[in-house]
Design a protein around this ligand. Sequence first.
Ligand SMILES: Cc1ncc(COP(=O)(O)O)c(C=O)c1O
Length: 389
Amino acid sequence: MSEHIQPGTEKAGFETRAIHAGYEPDPSTGAVIPPIYATSTYKQDGVGGMRGGYEYSRSANPTRTALEGCIAALEEGERGLAFASGMAAEDTLLRALCRPGDHVVIPDDAYGGTYRLIARVAQPWGLRYTPVQVADVAAVRAAIEPGSTKVVWVETPTNPLLNVADIAALATLAHDAGALLVVDNTFASPYLQQPLSLGADVVVHSTTKYCGGHSDVVGGALVVKDLEIAEQLTFHQNSIGGVAGPFDAWLVLRGLKTLGVRMDRHCDNAERVVEFLQRHEAVSQVIYPGLEEHPGHQVASRQMKRYGGIVSFRVTGGEPHALDVCAKAEVFTLGESLGGVESLIEHPGRMTHASVAGTDLEVPGDLIRLSVGIETAEDLVADLAQALG
Ligand SMILES: Cc1ncc(COP(=O)(O)O)c(C=O)c1O
């Protein structure tokens, strides 16, 4: 006899959880999809008598609760928290886990907004930080200050060079030094990689990207296993107030329902694009963790289900050629961000990473980053062929 599967529970498969976790059809109306609870406050059954656990929507809102339950189930965590943006999630996390004087280790190629938050907001508040190449476990070990380092923060794969950090090894390293491992899982999404299962303590998402998946919402999330950390985060989420509004939460929840099928198509198309670029004479290097020659390939193969939808490559004609390709692409829209159904192309040196020009973090001028969407693969390849000339 087949085992009875509760759709939203751990035993259910990823796609089943994506569709069912966090919400049961509304008992009063039967609504299969959670309503957008556009309410700031809730009628109380007498003074102090909360109805259904809700009193004010900064503290909790049923649409947000549904999203938080779903993303926690997908990351195999115990608690999810949804925010107004990835940056609001990160700010809340740093304030909850760190105090002035504490130290954090961060990637030397962290997302620019994360770097800005730590260097220009958290540092003046008293946080100290050391940027390090997180693909290099020995370098992370050397950067940790036992006793002072409270957080080792990694992104994997990183942006735009797609460096891969070994989550399990870094979790051990961080824990041995009394620190927590935070993993920004935005690029992989919970479909491709589940950092909590590899020993990480907190997962961060810009749900603006693959989780939302349609470039129509800005949002963020944190997911944890440990309930004590969850309590600290919940307290700070409510105190700071950077929460996801009900419509934004609803959009991200709708996006999560198709995350698995979208990610598989993103990966299929990325592989087709990589194959094409590798054979093109105007391309000098293709950067994709799925390639055997990628330095992080072994680790990525261990900890990721597939290698994702982001592909970076360098062209033979230097920066002018890279800018020309970006200008000529038509199916690939020139734009920042990533993770939506539509393909995007960008020039990191002049766009997403312009702020690090002239520093150690500068990216090569001949580099192009693609967020490969889920359009017809042949159209994407044909577009790159005409843009490369
Ligand atoms: C890896 C990563 N983390 C965090 C963020 C910040 O998220 P948001 O733009 O939703 O605030 C981004 C945004 O691009 C990102 O790429």
